[in-house]
Ligand binder design. Sequence first.
Ligand code: ATP
Ligand code: MG
Length: 357
Amino acid sequence: MKSYKLGVLSGDGIGPEIVSATVDVFKAAAEKLDVKFNWTDLPMGWEAIDKYNDPTPQVTKEALLQCDGWIMGPHDSAAYPEEHKAKRNPSGELRHTLDLYANVRPAKTMPGTKSVVGEADLVIYRENTEGFYTDRNMYVGTGEWQITEDVVVSTGVFTRKAVERIAHAAFKMAMQRRKKVTIVHKANVIKLGTGLFKRVCLEVAQQYPEVTVDDYHIDAMTAHLVRRAKDFDVIVTENMFGDILSDLAGELVGSLGLAPSINTNENQAMAQAAHGSAPDIAGRNIANPIGIMLSTVMLMDWLSERHNDQKLSELGKLVENGINKTLEDGVKTGDLGGSASTSEFAEAIVDRIKSAV
Ligand code: ATP
Ligand code: MG
């Protein structure tokens, strides 16, 4: 039987608490379904600064390439020592150096939580390597120029190659879902850049004739999302629009603390919650681990498809059902109005996984 090697990057702030809760839950599910995981802790963020004076050390990056996938806790890079601030943050560094070009961010209503838009089940495909976040891009460097003390030019980069691959990823997912893709851009104003994004997505759409396609300007899209979130299935957009739209979508259907994401290319996948390191509540065992747990469920689905191993998606489903059952039973962390601690919440999920039939 194959054993899957999974990297564990605990992260900063609430990271270690929510990541260890996640590992406990997945260990219980793996035991139940007789799946072998080899969990490997790797230093990143504060832990790596202490050990190697580098928040994203080369040894960790190399070790990640030997993993089948990994979980990454959030990082508090704003608090790192001055010498590290000019570098990319850990998440940006991995997305860029490993070319994890697709940031997949679902927004789905969950039981026992409040949604301001009623039932919704959509997924945002955010291009993760260029667009308006040109952080050390090969064409334009930082993408920002100080012209005079009081004038700055900030730019965006759009390439056919990057748009084609994110569009294919989005359309492939749509084929497995409700067969609908919405392209989000601002081609009436940023005519060349987001115009290319729209045009190339529409070209890729030709290869998926069963998929219905529509498109909106980013500003109009925020209104449509609030008014009729349930009508959307797969949304594809550039980096910054996707970042903002997915925070909005996550909060609309429940809370940012519940929102999962995965960063992928053809060979690697990194599970990462949408929220940050929440330093204000770190170390108190009260953070909500659902975002990172559901991100790890997404990692299971990705691994399942890549290795053609149905057991892994079953395992993900078992965890997801465990989380839903726990919420339905009224066990919740403080941010959702409950009183369970992070570890109590994880134990409640483990109990439900063990007793699942
Ligand atoms: P970053 O720049 O790292 O993304 P941020 O400024 O977006 O950080 P977060 O760290 O996401 O901020 O925190 C925003 C607020 O949400 C804080 O009050 C924090 O306590 C709360 N929060 C974030 N994640 C969780 C969680 N998993 N459980 C409970 N509360 C959370
Ligand atoms: Mg944030």
